[in-house]
Design a protein. Structure first.
Length: 206
């Protein structure tokens, strides 16, 4: 009888614990709503092709997960969404936004992304000896809790030359990165228009 009572108590306790865990796990597992994203018309105008955009999608695109500049800070399993943008020619872009648990975490993520971008050129050259990489700091942009725009130019020994503009910004617990790129050099990069794009991206995080 004592064994039966003991077993019954354990069963009741297990059921009670399961109920509590289930009740508390549901809110914790629920992801926050995705933040607002850029529209195609928010990107720097292309001279001969209109921008088109894919849907806002949960997670990080594969090209960002393996990217030397952004993969370390954006390749995790956070509450993350992305949207890709294309033209009919050689210009494309992607926006990745992360919702962090609190402002402290968001500040840390923002700082980590900035650091990774600043050190990206050296890491590219270390990883790819046949590629030369040059970094540019285009300065801070005044919007919400802050934003910054950077540039990266790479030239391969086989003749390929690419330029990227990267904007990172924060609004509260939300951090966003806009990555624009095309064939060409810094002379081809629409820095002024891209700064406006970065401001819009941060303002749309709400």
């Amino acid at each position: 009888m004592r064994t039966r009572v003991h077993a019954a108590v354990l069963t009741a306790l297990s059921a009670a614990c399961l109920t509590v865990v289930t009740a508390t796990a549901v809110p914790a597992a629920a992801n926050p709503a995705p933040p607002g994203f850029l529209a195609p018309g928010d990107l720097p105008p292309h001279a001969s092709s209109a921008w088109t955009a894919g849907p806002v999608t949960a997670g990080v695109p594969e090209e960002i997960e393996v990217d030397t500049c952004l993969g370390m800070a954006l390749g995790g399993g956070d509450a993350t969404w992305h949207r890709t943008f294309r033209t009919e020619l050689d210009t494309g872009a992607v926006q990745v936004s992360v919702v962090l648990p609190d402002e402290r975490a968001a500040k840390g993520r923002y700082a980590r992304i900035e650091k990774d971008i600043r050190t990206c050129a050296a890491r590219i050259e270390d990883k790819y000896p046949d590629v030369q990489a040059e970094f540019k700091d285009y300065g801070a942009v005044k919007v919400e809790e802050g934003a910054h725009v950077f540039g990266l130019h790479t030239v391969g020994d086989w003749g390929a030359t690419d330029v990227r503009l990267l904007g990172v910004g924060r609004d509260g617990t939300r951090v966003t990165v806009v990555d624009w790129g095309e064939l060409g050099s810094f002379a081809n990069a629409p820095v002024k228009a891209f700064k406006k794009t970065t401001v819009t991206a941060v303002n749309k995080l709400r």
